[in-house]
Every structure is written in C-alpha cells, then in structure tokens.
Design a protein around this ligand. Structure first.
Ligand SMILES: C[S@@+](CC[C@H](N)C(=O)[O-])C[C@H]1O[C@@H](n2cnc3c(N)ncnc32)[C@H](O)[C@@H]1O
Length: 246
C-alpha cells in the first residue's frame, strides 16, 4: 500500500507526525525487515504505517504491544478499527497487556529459549512506549535478546522528559517526583548510557527526536554460561572450588 493511501485516513490521529511516518515507511521499504516489533501503539497510527510498507514489499509481519486500557480511550478509533479501515489487519498482531510490554517480552523470551539460548526473533524494533528509565532501560536489554544480529532498534522521543510532556507534567503521580527525574531526558539517558555503551551495538544515529541503533552483524547469541542447579548432596568442597574460595 502506498504511503499517501495509508496516511490519509490516519492523518488526524495524534503522535507520530507525517514527516516521521514517511521516514519510517521509507526505511521499512529499503531495509525489508521481515519480523517487526512495536512497543507502544496507542491508536495504531504507526502500526498501520509499518504494515503498509510491509504490504508494499509483499512480506513481513508486525507484532505490536500496548496496554489493554488503550482500547477504551474515548474520542479516537482504536488499533483494530484503524487496521480494518486501511485493510491491513492481517499484517499486524496487536498484543494487549494488563501489566506492561516488559511482561509480554518475558513470554516471548520464554518461547524463544531452548536450553540456555534465546533465539532472536525480530529484525526491527520500534520503541515508542513508556519513555521512562525504569521501564525502558529494562526493555532495551529484553529487546537485545530478541533482536537478530544486524537488526535495528528505533527509539522515538529522544528528547522526551516529564517536564516537557504536555500530559505527564500534569499527571498526579509525577508531582512528588524529584526535580532531576522530571527534568531528565530519560530516552536520551538510555541511548547514551546503555545503548551507546553496549558491546553488541555497532552504530547509533541520532537525528532530531529519533535515535536509531544497529546490532552488530557478528553479535554473539550462542555463547552462554554454564548453569549449575545444585542440590544439597553436592559436596561443599566442590562448591567452594567453583566459587574460587579455596
Ligand atoms: C506515544 S504512544 C505510541 C504512539 C504510536 N507509536 C504512534 O505514533 O501512533 C505510547 C504508548 O505506549 C504505551 N505504553 C507506555 N508504557 C507502556 C508499558 N509499560 N507497557 C505497554 N504499553 C505502554 C501507552 O499506553 C501509549 O499508548
């Protein structure tokens, strides 16, 4: 589906603006990621844009996660309505969580784990959800387990802070938070302190309010530690030796 055809029925929805949706669409067309994951869909605007690009290629799938409560937002059609409107429901699997996408990612890691190895699943992950350090620092490490070597993560709202967010700066639960927490650009901190320092990340590109990160083509997925589950019958001498206490 062409960009103008998917964007026209969505143009009045809030969040990601047209120029960014266009970059996202063009990037999908160029890079052809087969398995995509979106964290934070709200009304499904960017989900529809990603799905339209996959449809244009003729291959690929998007899994998109958000909280169950977004289905009941008043005033705007929800993700199911919007996907039906553009005729792209078969390209997207919405995952609704009553907890958090970090909990849903735990389930994906379980499904992908065999023995002591988690088989990566996704070629592209679009992170546009919580933006808070507490959630998305953890999310980044979960996503790294599931991202294939050579895959990309796109972080939206690089400049986001509680103080500059129209919605969050008024939220009752933010009023007792320390000044530095409210002022901090928390996505920028994640990108600078975690993503850019990660040994499996090859490139980080920051442009305007977005940060793109590429996982190394040669990132190791199979090198894992040996894990021992010990019973009480194991001799204490053996354990002391393993712990380098002798
Ligand atoms: C900015 S909106 C997403 C907008 C969408 N990507 C677009 O541009 O059309 C952020 C979404 O992240 C969701 N979100 C925030 N924290 C979350 C969490 N811990 N688990 C699941 N969803 C979360 C919110 O419910 C919200 O719908």
């Amino acid at each position: 589906m062409k960009f103008k055809d998917v964007y026209a029925p969505l143009k009045d929805l809030p969040c990601t603006e047209e120029s960014q949706c266009r970059v996202l669409y063009d990037w999908i067309l160029k890079m052809r990621p087969a398995e995509c994951l979106e964290l934070g869909f709200l009304y499904g605007k960017t989900s529809c844009v990603i799905a339209a690009a996959l449809d244009e290629i003729g291959a690929g799938h998007l899994t998109s996660m958000d909280l169950t409560l977004v289905l009941d937002h008043q005033g705007n059609p929800n993700i199911h309505d919007n996907l039906a409107k553009v005729g792209l429901a078969d390209r997207v699997t919405p995952v609704l969580s009553t907890v958090s996408y970090t909990w849903e990612l735990k389930k994906v890691i379980e499904a992908q784990s065999h023995g002591n190895v988690c088989e990566p699943k996704y070629d592209f992950v679009f992170m546009d959800g919580a933006h808070f350090w507490e959630t998305d620092a953890c999310t980044f490490f979960l996503v790294m387990k599931l991202l294939k070597p050579g895959g990309w993560i796109l972080f939206d709202d690089y400049m986001w802070s509680v103080d500059t967010s129209d919605w969050w700066h008024k939220a009752p639960e933010m009023q007792d938070k320390p000044k530095d927490f409210r002022a901090e650009r928390q996505v920028e901190r994640i990108v600078t302190l975690l993503v850019s320092q990660h040994p499996d990340i090859e490139t980080v590109l920051v442009r305007d309010n977005w940060a793109w990160a590429k996982k190394r083509d040669d990132a190791q997925t199979k090198k894992t530690p040996t894990v021992f589950h010990l019973t009480k019958t194991i001799a204490m001498d053996w354990l002391r030796q393993k712990l380098h206490l002798n």
